[in-house]
Design a protein around this ligand. Structure first.
Ligand SMILES: Cc1cc2nc3c(=O)[nH]c(=O)nc-3n(C[C@H](O)[C@H](O)[C@H](O)COP(=O)(O)O)c2cc1C
Length: 211
């Protein structure tokens, strides 16, 4: 069966994805539809040896606000310890993330990585790295799909502050072996979708064709 989208259409869709800040606290796309999109990504996204280390928590509406309240409260003393100026900047950034509508939280299952190493012993030393690749693939698919539905999104990494990760795990009630990999905030866009791709290095530096 030939695919119903061409490579050019697929690339145009992928190129539509941008980092969007200042998101609104609304979503024109229903929670049910976002859940369908996330489920669809989990149903086909690749992983090494099909070991599937990715876990996702979808958090919407008031729960998203509560999640960000916890992030803000836990990070405050730590960021203030880094300097009042750091807190002044980041508290504003975090409040803007709280103001968005929902979060798609990406975890890595430590138990699944351990099991993969036991099952495929010759590649055991690779499964940590493979899991990093695998989550990135799932993240880009979800991020792109949500923006194709008309939403905006931005990717955050709260695991940078370990006590914050611990509080997020508690609030979202995930198993101990999970580790936080990424946090995609989403919501309606504050303005027209930005189609400008940030400047990239010249291909002469990033691509070499050998033939
Ligand atoms: C692995 C990775 C980590 C990122 N981490 C963050 C982050 O912690 N906070 C943030 O605001 N953006 C983050 N970004 C978004 C990048 O800053 C953004 O993708 C880049 O500037 C290019 O802009 P674009 O997303 O519009 O193409 C991350 C992107 C990637 C791929």
């Amino acid at each position: 069966m030939s695919p119903s989208v061409s490579a050019d259409q697929w690339l145009a869709a992928a190129k539509h994805r941008r980092t969007v800040y200042g998101l609104k606290g609304t979503s024109a796309v229903s929670d049910k539809r976002v859940e369908e999109i996330v489920s669809e990504v989990l149903s086909f996204s690749p992983s090494s040896y099909n070991t599937q280390p990715v876990r996702i928590t979808l958090v919407t509406g008031e729960k998203h606000k509560q999640l960000w309240d916890i992030i803000i409260k836990t990070s405050e003393p730590i960021l203030k310890g880094a300097g009042e100026a750091v807190w002044a900047t980041l508290s504003g950034v975090f409040e803007s993330h709280k103001a968005s509508y929902g979060s798609v939280v990406f975890w890595e299952s430590g138990d699944s990585i351990k099991a993969a190493g036991e099952k495929h012993q010759s590649a055991a030393h690779m499964f940590g790295q493979f899991a990093e690749h695998t989550t990135g693939m799932a993240q880009i698919l979800v991020w792109t799909a949500l923006e194709l539905e008309g939403l905006g999104a931005n990717l955050q990494h709260l695991q940078a502050i370990p006590p914050v990760e611990a509080e997020i795990k508690k609030f979202l009630q995930v198993p101990d072996d999970y580790s936080l990999k990424a946090h995609l905030n989403y919501g309606d866009e504050p303005g027209p979708h930005n189609t400008t791709v940030p400047e990239k290095l010249p291909l002469s530096e990033t691509l070499k064709v050998v033939n």
